[in-house]
Ligand binder design. Sequence first.
Ligand SMILES: NC(=O)c1ccc[n+]([C@@H]2O[C@H](COP(=O)([O-])OP(=O)(O)OC[C@H]3O[C@@H](n4cnc5c(N)ncnc54)[C@H](OP(=O)(O)O)[C@@H]3O)[C@@H](O)[C@H]2O)c1
Length: 266
Amino acid sequence: MTTDLANKYGPWGIVAGGSDGVGAAFAQTMAARGMNVVLVARRTSVLEETAAEIRDRHGVEVRTIALDLSDTSAIADLEKATSDLEIGVFVFNAGGGNHSASFLDQSLDTHLELVQRNCVSVLEAAHRFGAPMVARGRGAMVLLSSTSAWIGGASYASYSATKSFDLILAEGLWAEWRDTGVDVLAPVLGLTDTPSMRRVVDAATLEHVEAADPNEVAVEILDHLADGPTWILGSDDPLGGSPFGAMSRRDGVLTMLRMVSAGADS
Ligand SMILES: NC(=O)c1ccc[n+]([C@@H]2O[C@H](COP(=O)([O-])OP(=O)(O)OC[C@H]3O[C@@H](n4cnc5c(N)ncnc54)[C@H](OP(=O)(O)O)[C@@H]3O)[C@@H](O)[C@H]2O)c1
């Protein structure tokens, strides 16, 4: 476990999607462990509020950058806006999806925006920010994934596909960069209590399932940056395989379908 992130990885961290939920918890914990942080999000008021809280609590430098990670120029703009900083840890956190509607009930543009933010921008960030880390021989790249990545599920087909992309991308980068001094991790999150999650999961469902605390999630992930390629939150075996084990892909998809239907009926 690394308590002094700045010493190990470099003085600055970026949290893409760092103003609320798990992202704000990452930023708070990174600041508590000695890093200056760059927070990226769209809503300026929430960004500034979180930034002020982090400065007050931890006395580190905080830079806020308001941009939409679904824009095709977002990561190039972020690279320019941080070109004077040594980025030691990059957390691509923003990634929540709309679980509440079936594939054809959402517009094609909605799906394409999700793919742009959760896949294209993630890949671009890994390339643009990973290259200087590898060149320096230190850094950490964290690409958030989800238990939805294990198997396709009705009502979040495109979301789970993007989270699979992030998981597989991180695993490949971990394999490529493992001797370079750069840690890569795909944390696999289950239900976590954040404002985004509460916008898509109804209150009745939340009465039946326990959602993880975002602060505990962020601390656990930052404790295990060097334990890649994947880290499964809330699992007895965080380094283990898919919870579907040896189940056939079809049975896995049908199990997910029954779970989603039970949630919708409850
Ligand atoms: N919460 C869960 O139950 C859960 C479960 C499994 C996996 N995960 C994963 O954990 C990560 C964090 O989830 P979360 O629940 O905290 O919510 P999230 O919606 O992924 O992240 C919220 C943060 O991202 C920013 N953001 C969202 N879209 C953005 C965009 N297009 N451009 C710039 N910033 C953007 C938000 O600020 P603005 O809205 O102001 O932009 C906010 O700071 C995600 O990758 C998600 O897939 C979450």
